[in-house]
Design a protein around this ligand. Structure first.
Ligand SMILES: [Zn+2]
Length: 90
């Protein structure tokens, strides 16, 4: 499991080199999970791609420590500029 620590303005994220696998809380698939579901559910990559905007928002909230509103605004901008997560790359 990854760990997050906040020290002043610096956020440290330790990503486990051997992530635990478990059953996705949305689709039930046994996979590597991340806590990026709409309500913090631990979800698989495929479920993360199903709602790209929400997944991005959750990533920004978790990794950057943004508020709900800030994370949503940043996610909307990224969706417009880069397209959805897991989509075609130019
Ligand atoms: Zn899933």
């Amino acid at each position: 499991m990854s760990k997050i620590a906040q020290i002043g303005n610096v956020r440290l994220i330790e990503i486990s080199p051997d992530p635990e696998k478990a059953n996705c809380e949305l689709c039930g698939k046994f996979a590597e999970l991340r806590p990026y579901g709409e309500n913090g559910e631990k979800i698989c990559t495929d479920c993360g791609k199903k709602n790209s905007l929400i997944t991005r928002k959750q990533i920004y909230k978790t990794l950057l420590g943004l508020s709900e509103k800030e994370a949503l605004e940043m996610a909307k901008k990224a969706e417009e500029e880069d397209g959805p997560l897991g989509g075609k790359t130019p």
